[in-house]
Design a protein around this ligand. Structure first.
Ligand SMILES: C[S@@+](CC[C@H](N)C(=O)[O-])C[C@H]1O[C@@H](n2cnc3c(N)ncnc32)[C@H](O)[C@@H]1O
Length: 248
């Protein structure tokens, strides 16, 4: 693992390709496995996040690393009329998402783009919300992605990250680490026939910043009013930051 200018860990190109191949390979079982390995807690995390975001009718959003589009769909439903954009670099994950969008007849409200979260194909100040769900842990340089998110969100708009995190209190921390490192990859093997791919999860979390550290990185890229919420005892975390609105 390399570090960027401020010392935050960044992946090599080889790891970038590895991450892409992991998601290409698990796409068809991704939703099913999410329910199993998180004991369906991810649904409660998503609900809590949507509440904190408090979207209004017509709001627009960009959902980075949208994968199979759970969050993208929730935002399309919440904003009622706004255009929601999902971006991901795995065509297989997007294909699963596309099917779900079709089933909900939301094709005219959601556009999906195959692309890299590190280098967004959008002008500055475009979206009311820019989100990333369980994706920041996977990108080559998380600080660069947060800067891109801040660039394309409108002044006064919200940058939101939902991500796995590290519980800090014992004995829960010990139990979680044992589950995450030893049991969870075996659940991947059992239910999705993918051991190596699910071993990537604890590996990617190992060097990812903890909740407070990630909140500091949000501030260091210039986001304001940063809030960080632990989810299920710190197994995951929600971070929110606002882009300065110079006109108020
Ligand atoms: C764990 S999944 C999360 C999917 C979805 N956001 C959710 O909440 O379930 C991570 C997603 O990030 C995507 N991803 C990882 N690195 C990326 C990058 N550099 N650019 C675009 N997508 C990326 C993967 O293809 C995968 O679909």
């Amino acid at each position: 693992m390399n570090t960027n200018s401020s010392g935050t860990p960044s992946h090599t190109e080889e790891q970038y390709d590895h991450v892409q191949s992991v998601f290409q390979s698990i796409a068809n079982r991704y939703d099913f496995m999410n329910d199993i390995i998180s004991f369906r807690r991810h649904k409660a995390w998503r609900k809590f996040t949507m509440k904190k975001m408090a979207m209004k009718k017509g709001d627009t959003a960009l959902d980075l690393c949208c994968g199979t589009c759970d969050w993208t769909l929730s935002m399309a439903e919440a904003s009622e009329t706004g255009l929601i954009t999902g971006l991901d670099f795995s065509p297989n994950m997007l294909k699963v998402g596309e099917k779900k969008i079709h089933e909900k007849h939301l094709e005219n409200r959601i556009r999906l783009i195959e692309g890299n979260a590190m280098d967004l194909p959008f002008e500055d100040n475009q979206f009311d919300y820019v989100t990333i769900g369980f994706g920041l842990r996977n990108v080559p340089d998380l600080e660069k992605v947060l800067k891109e998110m801040k660039r394309v969100v409108k002044p006064g708009g919200m940058v939101v990250c939902m991500e796995l995190s590290k519980p800090t209190w014992q004995p829960f921390k010990g139990v979680f680490n044992f589950y995450f490192q030893k049991i969870m990859p075996n659940l991947g093997k059992l239910f999705a026939k993918r051991y190596e791919q699910y071993k990537w999860l604890p590996e990617s979390l190992a060097l990812f910043p903890g909740r407070e550290e990630l909140a500091s990185i949000f501030r260091s890229v210039g986001l304001q009013q940063v809030e960080a919420y632990p989810l299920t005892g710190g197994v995951a975390a929600l971070h929110i930051g606002i882009k300065e609105n110079r006109h108020v």
